[in-house]
Design a protein around this ligand. Structure first.
Ligand code: MN
Length: 232
């Protein structure tokens, strides 16, 4: 193969708790409306027929602890605290057992959103990309290997902004559990190592502003943090 004209931006390598080697991020799939209370606060009915998805570019993701500017093109920038699932083995049209075996690990993540743009595009029946796939728009905490965590059952998920609690729920409230999401999504993609699935956010989403600090956690996993740079 010949020379290439330029190098693409590097995609994140997420640390793995207690391990030397990091997990390189390939694709990021996000589940929409996976908690009934959040669907309600967004003015949507819960559709139990099948989960739906959008994608975010890995090159737009950053690691926990980042300080990023308030993004252009929005006046209603929202946090969404989520459980991220990291795929560790190829899986296609998975059974429940195959889905469970395909999980490498879990981590805390933020799905940052231009809410005004997302809602405007949704009302026009247009794609959500400008609302969701923004630069620095996915924030990833270190992963914990599946066997070292023990799974989502009964775990609390929460998020604080400037030390005040904004989201507080249980992963048991997810409409589509992790294994069922993998079964369903693997009917559309050959899932592979490097694929992350963000599993949706509980109720309590809201706006953040320049200078705000977010900190989110899930029982037993390493927390995720993001700060918005102070206004200039
Ligand atoms: Mn989300």
């Amino acid at each position: 193969m010949g020379d290439i004209l330029f190098r693409l931006p590097e995609t994140p390598v997420v640390p793995v708790s207690g391990k030397a080697a990091g997990y390189p991020v390939g694709r990021i799939f996000c589940v929409g409306r996976n908690y009934a209370a959040h669907a309600a606060e967004m003015g949507n009915e819960v559709d139990r027929e099948a989960p739906f998805y959008f994608t975010k570019s890995a090159a737009n993701a950053v690691l926990t602890g980042s300080v990023v500017p308030y993004p252009p093109g929005t006046e209603n920038f929202h946090y969404e605290m989520e459980l991220a699932v990291a795929i560790g083995a190829p899986v296609f049209r998975a059974s429940i057992e195959e889905a469970a075996a395909a999980v490498f690990g879990y981590g805390c993540a933020l799905d940052m959103t231009r809410r005004d743009v997302q809602i405007r595009e949704r009302q026009k029946q247009r794609p959500w990309d400008l609302g969701k796939d923004l630069e620095n728009g996915t924030v990833l905490a270190p992963l914990t290997k599946a066997a070292d965590w023990g799974g989502p059952s009964g775990r609390r998920i929460w998020l604080e902004v400037n030390g005040e609690n904004r989201q507080d729920a249980s992963l048991d409230e997810m409409i589509w559990p992790v294994k069922e999401i993998i079964c369903h999504l693997s009917g559309f993609y050959h899932l592979r190592p490097g694929d992350l699935i963000l599993t949706g956010t509980p109720a309590g989403v809201g706006a953040v502003h320049s200078g705000d600090r977010m900190r989110g956690g899930i029982d037993g996993l390493e927390p995720v943090e993001l700060a918005l740079a102070a206004a200039e």
